[in-house]
Each structure stands twice: as structure tokens, then as C-alpha cells.
Design a binder for this molecule. Structure first.
Ligand code: ATP
Ligand code: MG
Length: 419
């Protein structure tokens, strides 16, 4: 008598004029990627997608749809014929299935099929008494302040009924907004920054600076795990991860930079490397997880002095976010539990006791003139190694050119003997 389906809407993408088709096709491709391993039938119409769930658990499908950027909202719909009796019975079944406690109820009919013999208003008025009768006084009609609205859409190929609308990610389909390079640390903020950028359509690639054996191998593992979580949102469920072996430069900075300026100079070098690498890769912007005032290196003075080494635009999606709001998103995208695993990365190892909070540009420049870092920096850029991280495939560190295992042994030995 009726079929359960999911109706997907694209929302305000409709505002995008000529680009409409590009956006809609990109979302359709993303939906296909996310459902590729499930027995779900995808029915594409011009500005909507319907899913037939077959035997698949609806919760699983909902989880997957929540990975599609640009998806505005979706509803579970019951599809039936254009026959009045069928529509009434389906409405009753839908209400019984989805509502446990309700009283202020409204029916809204949308008649897209103009040959249907009743107008929208007529049809709502026709349906209401029949439904009310069935529920025997349990439902009260309240068209002004309804708590529940039953929508009945009448189309040429059938009638679609639904009660609830679930909000999707919104934003734009990832891939339609150009490419950005996210500086990804193992912390909480940068994965959230990556997510917010890709939700707005930016195709992100990731760059991580690792300092094994100064920092443990596990910190790289952690970043790769975060990359896997982010890959779930990307086309084909995969993401590019670039790893920069920062240790030689890191050692040089430890030897030559006075303690209070260590983090500032280190970040200047990281930005510089990231910019150059982005240019090689035709990437248009850098993206990072900085947030005003969070730590000494993120005061406005620090941001000025660090950013001074770059010309490329730098996007900071969480710059004004409260930490609690960032954590909320980190939990939503499932990176939080990995981010809080306590391993050090280059910005946390050997943190100076009193980092400067208002660094001066001329001091930075004087320090940098005092030693030769350029060749080692160039080498670091040329040794950047790229992985493709798949959302559901195990990552093998052995594929990485640098011998992590050896480095890790060395680190463990140093660590044990320093205790
Ligand atoms: P949290 O503040 O939760 O520890 P974080 O990622 O913000 O995490 P910070 O040390 O505050 O870490 O660094 C600020 C930003 O600088 C990061 O968001 C990230 O974009 C970039 N960054 C820091 N360390 C690295 C690194 N090792 N590799 C790549 N980018 C880094
Ligand atoms: Mg931070």
C-alpha cells in the first residue's frame, strides 16, 4: 500500500543561479559515495533525491547522510498512490509509527500535480476529519500553533507523506569551493577548522609537521586517525595527507632561538613551508585552527608577527569560537576522543616556560638572521610525503619514506633514559 523512503532536499542551493547544476550534481555524487556499500536505491529527480531503503537500517542511512555537505534537510516519507483511501490509510499508519505523544496537529497539502481533482486546501479539509475520527479524540487540530505538521505532497507519480524534517549539514558540497591546505595538528581545534572549511565546499588537503624522534610516533598515528575521520566527509571517502619531517629544522631552532621566541619562530617557519608547499600544489589558501587568545602564540600580536612571512590568504574558521563550542563540533565529527589522547607534537614538545605573548617583528628577524635555516627548510619542503588516507582502510606507517620504526625506538630509548 505504501513504501518507506527518504526524501532529500538541497535547500538554498537554489539561490546559486547558473551554478545550480554543478552544486546539485556534486551533492548527488557525495550521496552516492556515502551510500555505496549499502543496499539503498537512489532515485534522482531534478531538484530532489529519493532513497528506497530496501532492508537497510534507517539509522545507518541517517548517519551517512549527515556526512554530506550541502545537504539541507531530509525526511522519512511514505509514498502511496493517488487514491483517497490509500492516502488516508497511509497517513494513519505514518502517525502511528512516528508520533507517540501529540495533540496540536495540522495537515498541509502541496498539490504539484494540477490534474488532481482537489485543491490543496480542499484536500486538507477532506483528510482531517477522517484522520481525527480514526484517532478518536486523541488529536486536536490546531492550524495556528501546530506541534506536528503532516505534509501531503501530491505529485503525478504518487503521494508523499511525511511528518518530521531532519536538518542536514547544510553549507555547500565539498569540492565546489576550490582547494585549501589545512595545517593539522593532533589537537582539538584544527580538525574542527578542517571540517568547517570542507562543509563550506572547500576541498581540503592536510599538512602535518612531525618531529620524530623528538615527539613520539604515536602523535603521527593520531593525526592519521583524525585524517581518517575527516575523509568520511570527502568525495570518494578519501583525503590527502602531507607529512613534513620537521625534526632537522626543529633541532636547529632549539639550538639557535632564545626560549621565549621559540614557538613564534617555529610557527613562522611552519607558515612559510606551508605557503610554499601550497603553491607547488596549486592550493589557494591555508587553513588552521587558531583561535584568538587561546595560547601565547595566538594573541593578535603573535598572529601578526607569524603571518608576516606569508602572502597567501589564511583562513581561521574557529578564530572567534569559544573552546566549548569547538569541542561540541569535535564531538559531532568524532575527532574529539582521538584529539585528547595525550601525545606531544612539535608545538607542545619543549614548550618554553615563558613564551613571549607580544613578540616583536624586528626581534624575530634579528634572530632569524643569526643562523642559516634556509637550506634545511628547503629540504623539509622537498621531503614532504603524501598519503591518501581512506576512511575505512588501515593506514600503514611503513609506506612512509622516513623510517618511523627506527626513529621511534630511538625516541623510546631517550625517553626511558631521561626518566
Ligand atoms: P589545541 O589548541 O586543541 O591543542 P591546536 O590544533 O589548536 O589544538 P595549537 O598548538 O593551538 O594546536 O596550534 C594552532 C594551530 O597551528 C593549529 O590549529 C594548527 O592549524 C597549526 N599547527 C600546530 N601544530 C601543528 C603541526 N604539528 N602540524 C601542522 N599544523 C600545526
Ligand atoms: Mg589551539
Amino acid at each position: 500500500m505504501y513504501k518507506k523512503m527518504i526524501l532529500i532536499r538541497f535547500g538554498d542551493l537554489m539561490l546559486k543561479g547558473k551554478n545550480q547544476n554543478i552544486f546539485i550534481n556534486a551533492i548527488k555524487r557525495l550521496i552516492k559515495d556515502k551510500l555505496s556499500d549499502l543496499n539503498v536505491t537512489i532515485i534522482n529527480t531534478y531538484n530532489r533525491v529519493y532513497l528506497e531503503l530496501n532492508d537497510v537500517n534507517p539509522d545507518l542511512v541517517v548517519d551517512r547522510l549527515m556526512l554530506v555537505s550541502g545537504l539541507h534537510s531530509f525526511s522519512f516519507v511514505y509514498k502511496t498512490t493517488l487514491d483517497l483511501e490509500d492516502i488516508k490509510n497511509t497517513a494513519i499508519q505514518l502517525i502511528e509509527d512516528e508520533l507517540s505523544d501529540f495533540n496540536h496537529f495540522k495537515i498541509e497539502t502541496k498539490r504539484a500535480y494540477k490534474q488532481f481533482p482537489h485543491t490543496s486546501l480542499e484536500f486538507s479539509k477532506l483528510m482531517a476529519p477522517a484522520i481525527l475520527k480514526h484517532f478518536d479524540g486523541k488529536i486536536k487540530v490546531d492550524v495556528k500553533n501546530p506541534t506536528e505538521t503532516l505534509t501531503i505532497e501530491i505529485r503525478e507519480n504518487g503521494t508523499y507523506l511525511f511528518l518530521k524534517t531532519i536538518k542536514g549539514l547544510g553549507g555547500y558540497p565539498v569540492g565546489t569551493g576550490g582547494k585549501g591546505l589545512v595545517m593539522l595538528s593532533g589537537g582539538i581545534d584544527s580538525p574542527v577548522a578542517a571540517f568547517l572549511a570542507l562543509k563550506q565546499g572547500v576541498e581540503v588537503e592536510l599538512l602535518h609537521f612531525e618531529s620524530t624522534p623528538l615527539t613520539p610516533l604515536e602523535s603521527v598515528d593520531k593525526v592519521l586517525k583524525i585524517a581518517q575521520k575527516l575523509a568520511r566527509y570527502m568525495p570518494k571517502n578519501k583525503i590527502k595527507m602531507h607529512i613534513c619531517h620537521f625534526t632537522p629544522l626543529h633541532n636547529l631552532l632549539l639550538e639557535n632561538v632564545p626560549d621565549p621566541y621559540l614557538i613564534t619562530i617555529m610557527r613562522r617557519r611552519m607558515y612559510h613551508i606551508a605557503q610554499q608547499f601550497a603553491r607547488f600544489q596549486n592550493i589557494l589558501v591555508l587553513i588552521n585552527g587558531e583561535s584568538i587568545g587561546q595560547v601565547a602564540s595566538q594573541t593578535l600580536e603573535s598572529l601578526n608577527v607569524v603571518e608576516e612571512v606569508t602572502k597567501i590568504p589564511i583562513i581561521r574558521p574557529v578564530v572567534t569560537y569559544d573552546k566549548n563550542d569547538i569541542i561540541k563540533i569535535a564531538k559531532q565529527i568524532d575527532t574529539y576522543e582521538t584529539s585528547i589522547i595525550p601525545f606531544e607534537d612539535c608545538c607542545t614538545v619543549y614548550v618554553p616556560k615563558k613564551p613571549v605573548t607580544k613578540p616583536k617583528l624586528n626581534v624575530c628577524e634579528d634572530i632569524e638572521k643569526g643562523f642559516r635555516y634556509q637550506v634545511i627548510q628547503e629540504e623539509a619542503i622537498h621531503r614532504i610525503t603524501t598519503f591518501t588516507v581512506h576512511a575505512d582502510k588501515e593506514i600503514k606507517l611503513a609506506n612512509y619514506g622516513f623510517d618511523f620504526k627506527e626513529a621511534f625506538k630511538e625516541w623510546k630509548h631517550d625517553y626511558e633514559s631521561s626518566k
